[in-house]
Design a protein around this ligand. Sequence first.
Ligand code: APR
Length: 244
Amino acid sequence: MMKFPSDLLEALRAAQHIAVLTGAGASAESGVPTFRDAQTGLWAQFDPEELATPEAFRRNPKLVWEWYAWRRTLVERAQPNPGHFALVEMERHAPQFTLITQNVDGLHQLAGSRNVIELHGNIRRYKCFACETPHSGPLPEGEIPTCASCGGLLRPDVVWFGECLPAQAYRVALEAAQTCDVFFSVGTSGLVEPAASLPRIARRALATVVTINLDVKTEWSPNAYAIHGKSGEVLPALVSAAWG
Ligand code: APR
């Protein structure tokens, strides 16, 4: 039985608005390899930062397509884990709930979360590299599928290095960080901006901030809780301790 401080459980029960930011660690127990962990076999020779850029796509669209096709097969094998389901449950209890994710795997939606803000896009979607029109329906035949409206090359609808975050998604995330009562940071290293500054913004706005990560030591201080552990274990335990 995991024990949590009673003031944290009270803060959760009293919260009008809970915001959660997730990163690769939230999908780790689903077997989704991180960016770097996916670089095995044939792909080991490539640096992901040289594949996930608009320049790389311009230089060699076929290579980038094949890499994403490979990463997509890895994502499609994965299923949501108990951490994803605990967040679905949390959404039911919180009067207002915003789930912000840096993951592109769509596992939160698959688990049943409704209000998901995707900061880095979704690897299961495509858009036109030239005119950005989202692609719907099955992928057209051909080595690199093309856009139905302009004939440009289709690309995965994810945020590449050097690209801006989707403006509307980022606005909603920022507002959630500024206005929530409790902010969770789950399975994210906090190294990639601007998502990394959201917990800081929440803290400045006097939210209770909860970090769940394998990388932290468990520590409580007023309104800031760090919980060392796997999100697939900590989140279900915390949700049942608060509302079970
Ligand atoms: N439970 C909780 N935390 C975990 C777990 C787990 N089961 N497994 C790993 N972690 C933690 C690690 O300790 C690490 O701090 O999750 C974090 C994952 O960090 P990153 O791999 O840097 O992932 P993320 O923070 O999502 O990276 C941000 O960078 O790679 C790019 O665009 C990509 O969206 C990604 C962004």
